[in-house]
Ligand binder design. Sequence first.
Ligand SMILES: [Fe+2]
Length: 199
Amino acid sequence: MSLKLNRSTFGDPKNAGNVISKEEAEQLLNDWVKNERLKLHMKQVAHLMKSWAADKEQLSEADQWRWEMAGLLHDADWDQWPEQHCKKIIEELENQNIDPEIIRAIASHGPEHFGVEPISKMDKMLFAFDELSGLIHAYSLMRPEGYAGMELKGVKKRFKEKNFAANVSREEIADAMNRAGVELDHIIQFIIERQGSVK
Ligand SMILES: [Fe+2]
C-alpha cells in the first residue's frame, strides 16, 4: 500500500491566512477521530508546534495558530481511513479553503511515506516533533510518575533501545533533525518540558 501523494502543491495561494477556527477544528477531530490515544497525540503535537513557534521562532499569534492547527490536524484521517492517510485530510482542508501552508505542512510530515519534502520551518518542525513526541509519551506511560522528573538521559536510553516503541523509526527521527537543523537533545528536552501539560 502506498501513501504517496504524487503532488507537490497543496491548497490555493489565494487562501493564505484562512485558518480553521477552534470550534471547527474540534468538531472535525470529534467527528473523525474516535481513538482517544490518537486525539491526545495530535493535541500534544499541536501544543509543541505552538510553543515552538512562540518561544523559539518568535512568530506572531496568527502564525502560532497556523503551526498549532498543522499539529492538531496532521493525523486526523488516520483513525478511520489509514489507507488514505494524509490524502483525506488534505482534500478536506482544500475543500474548506484553508491556508495552503497549513496543508503543505501536513502533506510533508512523513516524506518517506507521502513523497513530499518538508520545505518551510513549519513543515520541518512538524516532521521533527511527530515521532519523537510519541516515543516520549510512551516513555511517560511506563514511568509511575509520568512526566514528572523525566530526564534527557532517560529518554536517550529508551531511544537507543530498539525494542522500545519499536514502531518509532529512529532513522526517520534522525532525518527530521537534520532537515530541521536542530539537535536531538534540544528537541527531547523541549518535549519533556512541554508535553506533560497536555491532557
Ligand atoms: Fe503524528
